[in-house]
Design a protein around this ligand. Structure first.
Ligand SMILES: *[C@@H]1O[C@H](CO)[C@@H](O)[C@H](O)[C@H]1NC(C)=O
Ligand SMILES: *[C@@H]1O[C@H](CO)[C@@H](O)[C@H](O)[C@H]1NC(C)=O
Ligand SMILES: *[C@@H]1O[C@H](CO)[C@@H](O)[C@H](O)[C@H]1NC(C)=O
Ligand SMILES: *[C@@H]1O[C@H](CO)[C@@H](O)[C@H](O)[C@H]1NC(C)=O
Length: 334
């Protein structure tokens, strides 16, 4: 395995597109960590909206708010960074009305950004140069986006943990016990795996600077397995709820339950002086419901990553309380 050789006089420069989502935040922190591979990095982060108050601005050298779907806005805001960025980390996901629109918008935004970064030259794919500056290396889709990520942000609607944490707060409020289990028995008892945003970040950086890993696809998970039963037990500990074992509930619809709680969340936000969010923008009950109704074990092998030299790992049940603490510290949940 070739080791990347950092040049202290000319650090790598990363642009994280979608830096305020949970994967983006962890990526910025990992790049700024003294332990970062090929570091120290210069880190630019971009998102559509202004920086939220909970975002630790010290992990970025520059925050750039611009609309990547708009070629004009991109051409206005991004040129100061053109010729400087060596690696683009694309963590923004599209959540439009259809998969087709997702893909189209995604492709347009990527080409808008790369066009400007390449100094106006047309480029549809990140360029993989083996030399350094000023060639844009681009991090190709090397680390497959995992379906379940655990991290902290108010701008990741698909955050399973945030949806669970908010639901637990609703349970708390009403009867200090959990709502009936909102999955099926299979998922409650069988294995699942997820990807801690910190492991995902380390893996993305590793994949971007390790020659042998270029243009390879990798799974990304914590490297351990859990049951939803054990997760729910853990959440009950954290939120001081009574743990009751699985009860198949015919009358309980989790999605409906959450939709009706919009006002309740507004009150919780107000009462606890939280960062201002709407229930619909921070939770995705439908996505959680889907995961909790899987009729197969959601487990990915990290074999290939290990064979290629990446050994990142997180203990899922230990990482849950850490992320809940982080969400509290960020004032996203009470
Ligand atoms: C794309 O669009 C669909 C809506 O049809 C949505 O369900 C999906 O999660 C979106 N995002 C991605 C990354 O596929
Ligand atoms: C978005 O673009 C990237 C880069 O081309 C691609 O790898 C990824 O699959 C795309 N995602 C969607 C949902 O279209
Ligand atoms: C990802 O994990 C699945 C399930 O274990 C496995 O079949 C697949 O080969 C893995 N893919 C990679 C790229 O490691
Ligand atoms: C992982 O690697 C081990 C040892 O090389 C092998 O026995 C096992 O079948 C591999 N598993 C998968 C899912 O690739």
């Amino acid at each position: 395995m070739e080791k990347p050789v950092p040049d202290p006089r000319q650090p790598f420069v990363a642009l994280i597109v979608g830096v305020t989502c949970m994967a983006g935040l962890s990526l910025a922190e990992a790049l700024k960590s003294p332990k970062a591979l090929a570091g120290p990095w210069k880190v630019y982060g971009s998102a559509f909206r202004p920086m939220p108050t909970w975002f630790p601005s010290s992990v970025l050298d520059k925050y750039i708010a611009f609309d990547a779907t708009d070629a004009g806005d991109t051409a206005d805001k991004l040129p100061p960074f053109s010729g400087k960025v060596t690696h683009v980390f694309w963590v923004a996901i599209q959540d439009r009305e259809s998969e087709h629109v997702n893909v189209t918008v995604n492709a347009t935004t990527l080409s808008n950004v790369l066009h400007v970064l390449n100094g106006g030259r047309c480029s549809r794919q990140p360029h993989h140069g083996s030399d350094r500056h000023p060639t844009l290396h681009g991090s190709r889709e090397v680390v497959r986006t995992p379906s379940i990520i655990i991290g902290a942000s108010s701008r990741s609607r698909y955050s399973t943990l945030l949806t669970l944490a908010v639901a637990a707060n609703m349970g708390c409020r009403n009867r200090r016990r959990q709502e009936p289990s909102f999955g099926n028995r299979y998922a409650w008892e069988h294995f699942c795996d997820i990807s801690d945003a910190r492991v995902l970040a380390e893996q993305q950086i590793w994949a971007a600077v390790t020659d042998g890993a270029k243009n390879q696809a990798f799974n990304c998970t914590n490297g351990d397995f859990f049951t939803w039963k054990s997760v729910w037990k853990k959440l009950c500990d954290i939120f001081h709820l009574e743990f009751i074992t699985f009860e198949e509930s015919k009358n309980f619809d989790f999605v409906e339950f959450m939709t009706e709680k919009s006002r309740v969340w507004d009150e919780i936000v107000e009462k606890n002086g939280l960062y201002n969010t709407k229930l619909e923008e921070i939770t995705c009950p439908m996505a959680l419901k889907t995961v909790l109704h899987f009729m197969f074990q959601h487990v990915c092998s990290m074999n290939k990553s290990r064979e290629f030299g990446f050994f990142g790992y997180a203990h899922t049940l230990k990482s849950i309380p850490l992320w809940v603490e982080r969400l509290r510290h960020m004032k996203i949940i009470p």
